[in-house]
Design a protein around this ligand. Sequence first.
Ligand SMILES: [Fe+2]
Length: 335
Amino acid sequence: MALQALGYVGIGSADLEKWAGYATQFLGMQRVDKSRTTLALRMDDRKQRVIVTADGGAASFYGWEAGDAAALDALGGRLERAGIKVARGSRALADERHVKDLIVFTDPIGNRLEAFHGAEIASEPFRPGRSISGFRTGPLGMGHAVLTVERLDDVIPFYRDVLGFGLSDYILKPFKAYFLHVNPRHHSLAFLETGKNGIHHMMVELFSLDDVGQAYDIALMEPEKIGATLGRHTNDYMTSFYSWSPSGFMVEYGWGGRLVEPGSWTAEEYTTGPSLWGHERAWLSEDKRAQARAMRTQLAADGVRAPVQVLAGNHDLMPGTCPWWDAAVAPRKAG
Ligand SMILES: [Fe+2]
């Protein structure tokens, strides 16, 4: 796969100060740089992951990471052979993005894409804007972006066949959505067919469920800013909620996403709806919301559950599941 991860995202906003507050005090990102026209934010050891610019639309660009210079060149060649115009990013642009090199092109509906390699690592450790355990990034990338499209057919062939994204799964009800991966993160990109091209949400994943719960408490102080209530997704198992960012699209704040195995994963339609429970979506029409609620009610009645996805070190195994273990091992541990 030519692309390895969603490396960075560029966002437009008329109000940088509002974005700085939202990103640091609520999401827990670190503000590293702010001028009159730009705001840069850190999420981990990289110099920047989110760039907010005072001009431009809600989403200005998506930075996709290639493994090295050779992979980036190969991707450029493949795009050109597919008839896509590719521009080499200038030295000044590479410096601005804190990467070694990049190419710039657009997808078939005009989204600005950048592919890069060699992201710069900061010398200072990441200092979150509020107390959080940290963002789950690394080889999984910074999270995922979900875009809205007029027609799925306009974009899916390009992302799958030219850029090499793998299809994770898709749903057709209560809305049409396709989920794509470039690494074990269940999806780094997804498209919803809403009849309009734009950005729907961006997801960042936390190491701890409590980070998400504590953010939910903050969000509840201004409930009108909640775009979808706390809930759990059926496909990537993410427990999350959505809030409205100052740019008018949502940010999904999640924990416990599942991994897929690129290459051997088989994509299927899932018909159970997008959420196991919760995720009451303020942005859906009344009839679609009722349809989504009916699907969740059915899942609950059927007793559908999914295993919790935990990281080593952030869970304790409870006794009571295996009588042999409880009798033989637990007393020894306690003693
Ligand atoms: Fe999402």
